[in-house]
Design a protein around this ligand. Structure first.
Ligand code: ADE
Length: 266
């Protein structure tokens, strides 16, 4: 998989590509990346990449600046992206273009999985108040929001999306690590503990020391349901229609709703 990131601040995504698990995946040749500085495609002497939005009222302060369309279009052309209507001139599959914005569709584990199936992805990072709508209309395939809040940096949102995507690519992390994590089957993750066994008077739940696989499985499932009910009841509702909604899950939900507890040995 190759990630192209078009940005005015390449140092932000570069730090991510050069660190930890991502850096290893790059060294091992599983991931490749290309950081393109949009400012290199600015055409005036000041290398200007933004301007006032239309719609301002005379004499009123303009709320924010927008990124100009042409430097972005030239940066896209430099990585071989054609406008959506043109399809792929080379006969190769057109690269999928992503723009992170609070007004996009929500980033989910399912969407991350879909993006991970692409050979290449191109990200446009917005700054200031955003980008000219015509760039979105002409080139962008996916407008993605990482949550209901506003960041000042499209680079940070883009890096979040890249992180959610690249770890799903085969060989980056083990498939066992992906199995029980949050959202893998619609539930949040169970709590985990490491050494020491007693930390500031808090002990590791006994069941985890028992070595009893079935009891541990049941404890973890119950903890996942407990946490999902508390923090994300919407996920439980969604899960009701899916294959992961087993009789066992239904029974645990009923017990929890009726206040039936269990001790750490169960
Ligand atoms: N850019 C700024 N805020 C964002 C958000 N919440 N999601 C995606 N991109 C953004």
């Amino acid at each position: 998989m190759k990630f192209h990131v078009l940005t005015l601040f390449p140092e932000i995504p570069r730090a991510f590509f050069e660190t930890s698990i991502m850096a290893k995946a790059v060294t091992r040749g599983i991931i490749d990346y290309n950081l393109v500085n949009i400012r290199d495609f600015a055409y005036d002497t000041h290398k200007n990449c933004d301007d006032k939005p239309y719609g301002g009222v005379l004499g009123k302060r303009v709320p924010g600046m927008l990124m100009l369309p042409e430097p972005i279009a030239l940066a896209l052309a430099s990585v071989g992206v054609t406008a959506r209507a043109e399809g792929s001139k080379s006969g190769l599959q057109r690269k999928r273009v992503v723009f992170c914005t609070p007004s996009g569709k929500p980033l989910t584990q399912a969407l991350a999985g879909e993006l991970a199936a692409e050979d290449e992805l191109v990200f446009i990072c917005g700054r200031y108040e955003g980008i000219d709508q015509r760039v979105i209309d002409l080139y962008v395939d996916d407008e993605i929001s990482i949550g209901d809040y506003v960041l000042s940096s499209g680079e940070v949102a883009t890096t979040v999306v890249i992180d959610a995507v690249y770890r799903l690519i085969e060989g980056v992390i083990s498939s066992e690590s992906l199995e029980d994590e949050s959202f893998s089957d619609g539930l949040l993750e169970y709590p985990q503990y490491t050494r020491p066994e007693i930390y500031r008077d808090l002990t590791v739940p006994e069941v985890l020391l028992s070595g009893h696989h079935e009891k541990i499985r049941r404890w973890r499932l119950r903890k996942r349901i407990e946490k999902t009910l508390a923090f994300r009841p919407d996920l439980i509702e969604k899960m009701r229609d899916s294959a992961s909604f087993s009789e066992e899950v239904e029974l645990i939900i009923k017990e929890l709703e009726n206040g039936i507890g269990f001790n750490s040995q169960d």
